[in-house]
Design a protein around this ligand. Structure first.
Ligand code: 4AD
Ligand code: MG
Length: 485
């Protein structure tokens, strides 16, 4: 049997015709034994179906009357009528209606709405039927395709770095540690270092992998598992990278605006908002040049601007949500904040000669959507990188964060125990640097200036879909409080 789709009905392609549908009872209302209204959902949309005595045969009517919420409808035959009163503007007048009931009648569907976020998260496996989540996941699918199309056109090769690693890329206490056949290993925070190893054979590479952060911060922007689009390219400097990042994000926004209009509207978003991203916005500080329409400001300019706005922030501070919001409020395009102080950024970023800064930028989404991309030119100086790695490791011992201090103590003591009698401070430090030696080899043999970045897919999707919480960007979100279902 060939089945029709609800989407075609809603597009007006089936009006006046007989259709065959299958799906689930999305909403249900029956009055007496003679009439049932079933909103049927088939994955392409929802449509109102009226089952009436006289039009439908008696068995069909009886089934439709007793159908429960979320019961599966194995076949429905009816005629499509345009009806302005029906949601979506169409109605199916049902002649035949059959339920699929493998184990007899089922219980009442547990989700009724308005039962609270925690309950809905416990019931995530059932909540996934929501039309909003389906719309978000369809947009995400298109976003992935846009990424692959973009990189194919730009001559990049997709590679698959492992997510099992013995190196901390971003460091600190956000590492998930596990036992890998007797050896301590981590779930990857970033594919960056592995991508850097690929550019000598394939100068332009990208990957999409899950990245893991044991972030204790419970915010609307943090997941413990997110999808990380990362790219790395030989010979490009930090500004080349920004031009590229801007083109990528513009292409993503334009594609979604064009191809996902119906889903955006379902999510109460105006596709025109996305269509503007990447267009020149006079007054926002960008230039009307391809790849330079997103404004760039220097870190110290950002500090000055925040001071003018009344914030108590000093040179050398990292920014928080209120700062990000103040800098990006009411804007159309994202903002690059460039060249941050080295001591608040990762060890692998190239130093800006003659300054205490590094050649990097964070791309901040407008209206406080927060950091979308972190990118930098990579250091080629092994001595400097070793020094900064050690400094940042030892700074954990003095951290305000208890987990940082515990992590440092644990790592230090584990190395000391392994070295036994030879455990001098210097030997411990050398042992700490050992797992990074393969990475430093990349500087020892044919090193090139190079740059790269990481983009949080769920962060960008949250911005595009205008949603409150990042967890709804994934079917099964992982946060500190939740690994079930
Ligand atoms: O700024 P981050 O930590 O940079 C890196 O990991 C680099 N090694 C990437 C690279 O250069 N290849 O993370 C990059 C991006 C952030 O800008 C953010 O969009 C996203 O990853 N991200 C998260 N998304 C959701 N939940 C979290 N906990 C995230 N942490 C980072
Ligand atoms: Mg970052």
């Amino acid at each position: 049997m060939q089945f029709d789709s609800v989407a075609d009905i809603l597009a007006g392609k089936k009006t006046g015709q007989t259709v065959h549908l299958r799906g689930w009872v999305h909403r249900h209302r029956a009055s007496g034994g003679k009439l049932a209204f079933v909103v049927l959902r088939d994955g392409s949309g929802t449509v109102q179906c009226t089952v009436k005595g006289g039009v439908a045969d008696p068995d069909s009517l009886a089934m439709a009357v007793r159908a429960k919420l979320e019961a599966s409808v194995s076949s429905l035959e009816g005629t499509v009528a345009a009806d302005e009163r029906a949601p979506g503007g169409f109605e199916v007048k049902v002649a035949r209606f059959t339920l699929h009931e493998p184990n007899g009648p089922t219980g009442d569907f547990p989700l009724r709405g308005e039962q609270g976020t925690e309950f809905e998260l416990d019931m995530r496996h059932l909540w996934l039927r929501s039309t909003e989540l389906s719309a978000i996941l369809r947009i995400k699918h298109r976003l992935y395709k846009a990424v692959h199309d973009f990189y194919d056109r730009e001559g990049f090769t997709q590679v698959d770095p492992s997510v099992i690693t013995t190196n901390a890329c971003e460091g600190g206490s956000t590492l998930f540690t596990f036992d890998y056949f007797g050896q301590t290993a981590y779930l990857s925070q970033s594919a960056q270092m592995y991508l850097e190893g690929c550019i000598f054979g394939l100068p332009k590479v990208y990957s999409i992998t899950p990245s893991f952060r044991a972030e204790k911060s419970r915010t609307t922007k943090h997941l413990t598992e997110f999808h990380h689009l990362e790219a790395e390219y030989a010979w490009w400097n930090a500004e080349d990278s920004r031009v590229h990042q801007e083109k990528l994000v513009t292409y993503m926004a334009q594609t979604i605006a064009r191809e996902c209009a119906a889903d955006l509207i379902l999510l109460k978003q105006d596709p025109a908002r996305l269509a503007k991203i990447g267009t020149f916005q006079p007054g926002e500080g960008g230039e009307d040049i391809d790849g330079k329409r997103f404004p760039r400001i220097d870190y110290s300019q950002a500090v000055d601007r925040l001071k003018q706005l009344g914030f108590h922030v000093n040179y050398g501070d990292d920014f928080g949500v209120p700062h990000e919001k103040a800098l990006t409020e009411g804007k159309v395009n994202p903002l690059f904040i460039c060249d941050w102080p080295a001591n608040i950024k990762a060890f692998y970023m190239a130093e800006k000669p003659g300054t205490d800064r590094v050649l990097c930028s964070d791309m901040m989404g407008p209206d406080g959507f927060g950091e979308l991309i972190g990118g930098s030119q990579r250091s080629e100086d092994v001595v400097s990188m070793e020094r900064r790695l050690l400094a940042q490791w030892k700074a954990m011992a003095q951290s305000k964060d208890f987990d940082d201090r515990r992590q440092f103590k644990h790592e230090w003591e584990a190395i000391a125990a392994r070295l036994g009698e030879n455990a001098t401070d210097e030997a411990i430090e050398q042992a700490y640097l050992k797992p990074y030696q393969w990475y430093f080899d990349l500087r020892r043999y044919g090193s090139v200036p190079h740059s790269g970045f990481g983009l949080g897919i769920e962060r960008v999707l949250r911005w595009f879909t205008g949603q409150e919480h990042i967890r709804d960007m994934l079917p099964y979100p992982r946060t500190p409080a939740r690994a079930y279902p």
